[in-house]
Design a protein around this ligand. Sequence first.
Ligand SMILES: Nc1ncnc2c1ncn2[C@@H]1O[C@H](COP(=O)(O)OP(=O)(O)OP(=O)(O)O)[C@@H](O)[C@H]1O
Ligand SMILES: [Mg+2]
Length: 248
Amino acid sequence: MLRVDNVSKHFAGSGKEQAVTAVNQVSLTLRHNEIFALIGESGSGKSTLAELIVGLQQPSGGSITWADTIVRPKQDRPTSRIQVVFQNPDRSMNPYWRVKDIITEPLRLSRYPKKQAYAVAEELLAKVKLPAELLDRYPAECSGGQKQRIAIARALSMSPLLLVADEITSALDPSIEAEMLQLLLALRQSEGMSILYITHRLETIAGFADQVAVMKDGAIQEAGDTKTILTEPKSEYTKALLKASSFE
Ligand SMILES: Nc1ncnc2c1ncn2[C@@H]1O[C@H](COP(=O)(O)OP(=O)(O)OP(=O)(O)O)[C@@H](O)[C@H]1O
Ligand SMILES: [Mg+2]
C-alpha cells in the first residue's frame, strides 16, 4: 500500500551543530490492514522517518509512493490517506477548546459543516471507547490516557488508510499502555486501516505488530515478521535490545 524506497534525510549543520543523516537509505513496505512497528532508541531517526512518510518533511533522496489499489467504500465525510498521533497530546490540542471541537477539527478544516461534524463527534468518541460526557470537557479535565484516545478519535475522523502513532504510549502507565494496544488492534479491524506504531519498547509489540523494523543511526538493522524477529533475531543490535528488554 505504501512503499518507502531508499529514503534518506540529511539535516545540514549550522554553527556548532553538526550535519546529521537522520534517515539513511531506508526501504520498507507497509501493507493494507497491517500493524508495522518501528523500533529504535532515542535519536535513531524514527520520528524523522514518520515525518517523511506523513509529508511533514521532504526526503533528501529516495521515494515514498502509495499504491492506490485499495478501493474504499464511498464515504459521506471527507477522508485522508494518512493521519498522525504524537507522543504528547497537550502539544497538539488547543487547551481552550472543548473535546467536541478538538476531535472534529480535521472535518471542519475540510469544510464539513460544523453541525454535521458535531453529530459524528459522539460516534468518534465511542470508537475509542470514551463516554459521550467527555464531549463538553476541556483537555485539562481529561486524563493522559483519555487525551491520547481523544487524539486518536480526531485522527479517525478522516477515516485514514494509515494511522501513524509516534510513541503515543510512552508517557502512559504500563496498564494504560496495554489497553491502548488493545484499542489499536480493535481499530485496525473495525476501521480497516494500517498502523505504523513507533516505539522504543521492543517488549510491547509481541502479539500486537505483524511486522517490525529495528532502526539504529538512521538505518534499518533488521526487518521482518514480529515473531521471527523476536525469536530468531539476526542482527547483534536486535539481540542486544532483546536482552535489555526483559523479553528473553
Ligand atoms: N529538524 C531537524 N533538524 C536537525 N536535526 C534533526 C531534526 N530533526 C531530527 N534531527 C536529528 O535527527 C536524528 C534523529 O532524530 P529523530 O527525532 O528522528 O529520532 P527518534 O528516533 O524519533 O528519537 P526519539 O526516540 O527520542 O523520539 C537526531 O540526531 C536528531 O537530532
Ligand atoms: Mg521520536
